[in-house]
Design a protein. Structure first.
Lengths: 205, 218
């Protein structure tokens, strides 16, 4: 279970934003992406997750093991916390383990409608989805937005003990320190030159 | 895929899900027709098959933009795209869910509303049967239109413009089946055409819709 990225160029709207990226994240390791706003962290994560085609270069990890999580949590306001998680579990062929509710402090919110949750609670529910779907390679885009310090620690603990320790891989774009012992990759040097040609247009995924 | 169907049906019947909106619209349009064309029973009888089909078609159109727009807004769509479900399966299920929440109630209500337009007694069976066969095509074509316009701001109107011309064959053959039934003629040929259109839509459009979604998700 290793993520290998080889000479990757990613483009947004046909314009390359990052070029010449190569890195490798091995089993049980995380990689933290750093860089100023607009450098292309989200574009890179979406490309890695397969939501958009790479402009050039390769991304390799075992098929059907990747999961993407972004600012939007994919939560349905009219469903309860349990129903939301059960849906994503069912889609991935998994049950919802009780440990997930404890790991993300959702025990008391189990049967609340997701629409009545606070922003931080919704975020915890969105992250709890990662504990249900059982995917090994996680691409996380600012996972800690609107979480308080306690919840950030809780999430970091889950990532360390329940995900990475069990052979998972994570690539995380974040501005705060998660307390993970993970290498950081500053994207600034990889900023694409303006004259790099624009891209293809075929459907992908 | 069953999980997705169950979720969509659950969402449709919960508060704000829009279940019954299309049905209420259908009822109101049909009630308005006699006000517009006058209470002459002979005229109503003649236009009933066409009016019922046009009204059903517009009612189905009403809720189309919700098929993918809601999932796009809350971020479910990229998550579904990276899930083990094939995107073609997702679009198929979305079309089916739309039919169960819109087309099916319309089909069941149509015979009752036919009474309001003084429909010929012999046409009720054909009205029910042609809608039962034809509305799935409306939902699947609609899912394709919704996939094309997902992510477009105020895409609802654009989608109507794209989808309505595609509804023409279904409308022609569906209404023709009812008209033949009303005149006591054999309606099996237009019924077979409607069935063919529906089967063709379900065979091809999930792939087209999935391709449109992939482009729009980038």
């Amino acid at each position: 279970m290793t993520l290998v990225v080889n000479d990757l160029t990613v483009a947004r709207g046909g314009v390359p934003v990052l070029a010449g990226l190569s890195f490798e994240v091995s089993e049980g390791c995380a990689l933290v992406l750093r860089g100023p706003n607009g450098i292309g962290k989200t574009t890179l994560l979406r490309t890695l997750a397969g939501l958009q085609p790479a402009h050039a270069g390769q991304v390799q990890f075992p098929e059907e093991t990747g999961a993407y999580a972004s600012h939007a949590d994919g939560i349905k306001a009219q469903l309860t916390v349990l129903e939301n998680l059960a849906f994503w579990g069912e889609v991935h062929g998994n049950d919802v383990p009780d440990a997930v509710f404890e790991a993300f402090d959702l025990v008391d919110l189990r049967d609340r409608l997701a629409g009545t949750l606070s922003a931080g609670q919704k975020r915890r529910l969105g992250l709890a989805r990662l504990g249900v779907i059982g995917r090994k390679v996680l691409f996380l885009d600012e996972p800690t937005v609107s979480l308080d310090g306690f919840s950030v620690k809780m999430f970091a603990r889950w990532l360390r003990e329940d995900h990475l320790a069990r052979g998972g891989v994570a690539v995380i774009a974040t501005h705060i320190d998660l307390g993970l012992e993970a290498p950081e990759l500053d994207l600034t040097p990889y900023k694409a030159r303006v004259d790099l040609a624009g891209g293809s247009d075929e459907a992908f995924l | 895929m069953i999980a997705l169907l169950k979720r969509d049906l659950k969402l449709a019947v919960r508060a704000g899900g829009g279940f019954g909106l299309g049905l209420a619209f259908f009822l109101i349009v049909i009630v308005l027709v006699p006000f517009g064309v006058g209470p002459d029973a002979a005229v109503l009888t003649r236009i009933a098959p066409g009016m019922l089909w046009v009204a059903a078609l517009l009612a189905a159109l009403l809720s189309l933009d919700r098929i993918f727009a809601l999932d796009f807004e809350d971020g479910s769509l990229p998550l579904l795209a990276t899930s083990p479900l094939p995107l073609e399966g997702v679009t198929l299920i979305k079309g089916v869910a739309h039919w169960v929440t819109t087309g099916l109630p319309l089909t069941l209500a149509a015979p009752v509303l036919g009474f309001l337009l003084n429909l010929e007694p012999g046409a009720y069976v054909w009205l029910f049967a042609s809608l039962a066969l034809g509305t799935p095509a409306l939902s699947m074509i609609g899912a394709f239109g919704a996939a094309l316009t997902v992510g477009v701001k105020r895409g609802g109107l654009l989608m109507s413009l794209l989808v309505l011309p595609l509804y023409v064959p279904t409308l022609i053959f569906g209404a023709e089946a009812v008209r033949r039934g009303a005149d006591g003629l054999d309606a099996s040929v237009p019924m077979l055409m409607v069935a063919g259109i529906t089967l063709g839509c379900f065979a091809l459009l999930p792939f087209a819709a999935a391709a449109a979604l992939r482009v729009n998700l980038r």
